[in-house]
Ligand binder design. Structure first.
Ligand SMILES: Cc1ncc(C[n+]2csc(CCOP(=O)(O)OP(=O)(O)O)c2C)c(N)n1
Ligand code: SF4
Ligand SMILES: [Mg+2]
Length: 285
């Protein structure tokens, strides 16, 4: 038996010191907590896209699906619609989610599909060796921006709040216990949960010192107050400078979920047509 009971036979190819290790250990701890609380591991399904981050699905022994670049949210949506009893969690990079796949993330937040997405936000394309992403700071020097990026970074938390996400949080891969708790809360939340994780890329964008100096845990914050959440999200704009960087739960509210509404529509249609409800739903899924 492996140490976590969730290890796989896959060889881990992340660089030494990579922040992804912290996210992996937080995910394992979260899944064990959820299992102990009555959500067996067989009822957990995870999916990823493409990138160093996305290799995580190879390293956790639960139901998993390695999808394609930027397409984690539609993959999660399909899994959830067809299997409402599963807890569905995505793991994806900032390039994957906030670059190529951004429209899918926004639409998932807008629809409030009941899934959780964990973003390994190293603010760089790690797997393809160091190009800038939407959350790289202005002035970031990498393979595609040798003289420094001239773009202002995207603030994904602010964007998710505007898009209608019902659970918005930020973690830090170094604080694995704190992150595990956020993942547990995100999975338990009925609706779209986005957890942006500050994850240093040891090789192409080493942000350990910067985050260790700036990160603090939110306290006394009203998570039901959208304006307060926006103000907290704007404390740092993902730039090269920061006074302080808050982590924790920024926003959580209840709203009908997309999967719930789709099911309700099918039940009503089956009743109208005097069809067998179970058979009608199965034939429309
Ligand atoms: C459709 C498509 N476009 C581009 C790529 C090339 N590609 C692979 S990984 C990657 C970037 C990954 O960056 P990120 O999502 O930040 O993940 P990280 O490696 O940093 O964890 C890109 C552009 C691809 N595999 N498929
Ligand atoms: S390139 Fe960066 S993100 Fe990828 S495994 Fe190495 S340290 Fe981690
Ligand atoms: Mg990245």
């Amino acid at each position: 038996m492996s140490e976590t009971g969730l290890d796989t036979y896959a060889e881990n190819t992340w660089c030494k010191g990579c922040g992804n290790f912290g996210i992996l250990s937080a995910a394992n701890a979260a899944f064990k907590t959820l299992a102990a609380e009555g959500r067996p591991l067989e009822t957990i399904a995870i999916a990823s896209g493409i990138g160093c981050s996305s290799k995580i699905v190879d390293y956790i022994d639960v139901n998993s699906f390695y999808s394609i670049h930027g397409r984690v949210p539609p993959t999660l949506t399909g899994i959830k619609l067809a299997n409402r009893g599963l807890s569905v969690i995505g793991f994806t990079g900032d390039g994957d989610a906030y670059g190529e796949g951004l429209a899918h993330v926004i639409m998932s937040a807008k629809r409030n599909i009941d899934v959780t997405v964990v973003i390994h936000n190293n603010r760089v394309y790690g797997l393809t060796t160091g190009q800038f992403t939407p959350t790289s700071p202005r002035g970031f020097r990498g393979k595609s921006t040798p003289r420094g990026s001239v773009e202002h970074p995207l603030n994904p938390l602010d964007l998710m709040l505007a898009a209608g996400a019902t659970f918005v949080a930020r973690g830090f891969s170094v604080k694995a216990d704190h992150l595990a708790d956020l993942i547990v809360q995100g999975v338990k939340h009925k609706g779209f949960a986005l957890i942006d994780v500050l994850q240093p890329c040891f090789t192409f964008f080493n942000t350990y010192k910067f985050y260790n100096e700036k990160v603090y845990e939110l306290e006394g914050h009203d998570v039901s107050d959208l304006e307060a959440a926006r103000a907290r999200a704007r404390e740092w704009d993902y730039g090269a400078e920061a006074e302080r960087i808050p982590i924790g739960l920024f926003y959580r509210v209840e709203r009908p979920t997309y999967d719930e509404e789709v099911l309700r529509g099918l039940v009503l249609a089956a009743r109208r047509e005097r069809a067998d409800i179970g058979a009608f739903i199965r034939s429309h899924m």
